[in-house]
Design a protein around this ligand. Structure first.
Ligand SMILES: C[S@@+](CC[C@H](N)C(=O)[O-])C[C@H]1O[C@@H](n2cnc3c(N)ncnc32)[C@H](O)[C@@H]1O
Length: 197
């Protein structure tokens, strides 16, 4: 997160004394291995060059406890919703978004699997998508064989991102999530739809 976002977050969460803030790069998260119950990231990954994107995902996996949960909210990707393909192509032409096109083609389930994360589900909401991953409780062989263990849990209707976070946290083994947020705010409009994945 940028300093400006962190300043806002500090103000907004000043009545929550158990909340602390750490500023750092997603590709070098300044936290210990296996120290976090949950990691969330909102609209960060489409900003990252492919190499950094991979490092950031590895870092999310590294800081999670076994069984911990990673929740990424970002743009829709190619083939998520055929009627939005034109919009996904236009966006980087209208704005300075040099890594967006490569983001839309990235196979996050495969990348995550290589980091020991299991793709649990994806939920689409207008032009956004929430991807949920769990860290394997036992290391997968070479961190590659875990995709067979992918869980296909049902998805509660989604009204906003906070509800998604509550929903996925409740369905996991997390009791008191100690969340690291690589990029923390943002909402999901009403009228969300279930993932077809
Ligand atoms: C599109 S903004 C999203 C901000 C916020 N999460 C939201 O949803 O409104 C992307 C954010 O990612 C941050 N960012 C960009 N590259 C980063 C990196 N390598 N590590 C951590 N944060 C980064 C930027 O500072 C910015 O705050």
């Amino acid at each position: 997160m940028s300093d400006a976002y962190v300043r806002y977050a500090r103000r907004h969460l000043r009545r929550r004394p158990r909340t602390s803030f750490v500023i750092g790069k997603a590709e070098a998260i300044p936290l210990a291995d296996g120290s976090q119950d949950a990691v969330t990231s909102i609209f960060l990954f489409h900003e990252l060059p492919p190499k950094v994107r991979r490092s950031a995902l590895r870092e999310c996996a590294r800081v999670l406890k076994p069984g911990g949960r990673l929740i990424l909210q970002d743009s829709l990707q190619h083939h998520d919703r055929p009627d939005y393909e034109g919009l996904l192509r236009l966006f980087p032409q209208s704005y300075h978004e040099p890594y967006y096109a490569s983001y839309t083609k990235e196979d996050f389930a495969a990348l995550a699997s290589g980091c020991g994360l299991i793709h649990v589900r994806s939920v689409m909401a207008f032009v956004s998508k929430v991807m949920v991953f769990d860290k394997a409780t036992t290391p997968a062989r070479g961190h590659t064989g875990s995709s067979k263990r992918t869980l296909r849990a049902g998805v509660a209707p989604l009204v906003n991102f906070a509800r998604v976070v509550r929903s996925v946290a409740a369905s996991s083994s997390l009791s008191r999530p100690n969340s690291v947020s690589a990029a923390a705010f943002g909402g999901v409009p009403r009228g969300s739809r279930r993932s077809r994945r």
